[in-house]
Design a binder for this molecule. Sequence first.
Ligand code: ATP
Ligand code: MG
Ligand code: MG
Length: 582
Amino acid sequence: AIAPAANFIRNIVERDIEQGVYASRRWAGGPGDAAMQASGQPDPARIRTRFPPEPNGYLHIGHAKSICLNFGLAEQYGGVCHMRFDDTNPEKEEQEYVDSITESVKWLGYSWEGFGDSHLYFASNYFDFMYRAAETLIEAGHAYVDQQTADEMRANRGTLTEPGKDSPFRNRTPAENLALFREMRDGKHADGSMILRARIDMASPNINLRDPAIYRIRRATHHNTGDTWCIYPMYTFAHPIEDALEQITHSICTLEFEDQRPFYDWLLERLAESGLLAHPLPKQYEFSRLNLSYVVLSKRKLIELVENKHVTGWDDPRLPTLAGARRRGYTPEGFKLFADRIGVSKADSWIEYTILEDCMREVLNESAQRRIAVLDPIKLVIDNYPADQAEDCYAPNHPQQPELGKRVVKLSKELWIEREDFMEVPSKGYFRLFPDNMVRLRYGYVVKCTGFETDADGKVTIVHCDYLPDTKSGTPGADAIKVKGNIHWVSAAHAYTAEVRLYDRLFKTAHPGAGDSNYLDDLNPASLHVITAQLEASLKDAKPEECFQFERHGYFVADKQDSVAGQPVFNRTVTLRDAWQK
Ligand code: ATP
Ligand code: MG
Ligand code: MG
């Protein structure tokens, strides 16, 4: 196994703990931790991180990187990670998304319980505090109400090379601004007619510091606060406040927010000066987001794939959503291994999808029991075997874990074997069944091919053979006859005939939609094959979400939606080896 890759944020956390940067932190009046607030003692959590999704879609594999990072650090360093819904935007947010997000984080094996509390928060619960923070900024002369039109504001923002121009409304007195802001809150002004802006520096080389908007008028019903508010905070204003109220120590986000960091610090410092917040304040750190080949990781595109029915739903096993990955048979342990292996850095790069698949294989190779499945069946008839007989053969459940024991598979006169395990005329190096050749029926006997039958089109329908009675696996002298081929089979009389879904990549190109192309044109038309397979009898009892290795094929999971008791349906998680043709 490869050692975990570097993670620069872990180094920062270790340094901060060693230097006791957050050791004296006391509760600032935020949510949760009732016991701690009452005690007045320093925060017992050495670090606090947070995972702050906007509830406007399902989580995807990119989010898994952020979840493993934030929850993983808290777990490793005696802290807690807050599950926070960043729901300050009144539109687009739905309960269905809240539910699926919490379910996926739990499925990955993480918890937001800690230090006597459950740390599940909704940013919209802080609207009162945010409003108070805005008034505090106004009173200190750090914010003003601007009535320029959107076009004027854009024109006056300047460019990378040119400074911006001050708004004509920039020098209103705090009292005038406060009165106007209260009118905004009270619904006296139309949407878009004015906004509240931070008063920083219109000539700053960082455009994000040129008096950014912090509150806007938006008459929209919010899923949590209803019609209480007609003004809503901007994300860049809300997020630092959410972090500070929750006593977050390390606020970890993706690189797009790097240029916002000066505003993050500016805002929290101003609120600390006014006594609304206390030091030490949270710090923001940025890492590069996950880009994965053969996959799209944008909520907008995922929504489009679902709504336009290119897939069956949010949990379609071909989608890179965590709900889809789970149905596909991907495991939490596989995602954690993947997160460790790709590491955390500031370098923008693409990760090969095969790295994720390798992680899933590695975990499943350990955890999945072996079973036998014939995916493309043809009949093999053992002509010298009695018609009314069946005997027990013993197949190990896991070759590397003998303690898991063996199970019985029945052998009888008529078997199913894979079509590709027989050739009328063998090609060079083919050691499986062909006329006059001998192979071992895995866990059974050596058989010799005696002939075959075809249909009117010349397609092989039945292969005939004789078995050699003294060669049964596990009996003395079984190896006296050496054969090169070893094929799997199931008894036709005992087999469980099942639906199996063979999934392939949803996109046929590594970078869907690269250049000027539409990513939908890169959809792989052959991303799903539904087949009828012949499985060993014990698979009839598979429970939903149980994973197996089908010998010589790959890893399969009993589908969690479509399986019924005694009639599981199987999804292919991943093949045994990387079979993707470039
Ligand atoms: P999208 O751009 O698809 O809408 P988002 O970043 O807006 O995604 P959020 O719900 O805001 O989605 O994300 C929650 C957290 O997950 C954020 O902290 C974000 O940085 C992180 N995240 C989202 N996508 C990725 C990714 N591809 N790699 C790593 N982290 C990600
Ligand atoms: Mg988004
Ligand atoms: Mg976001």
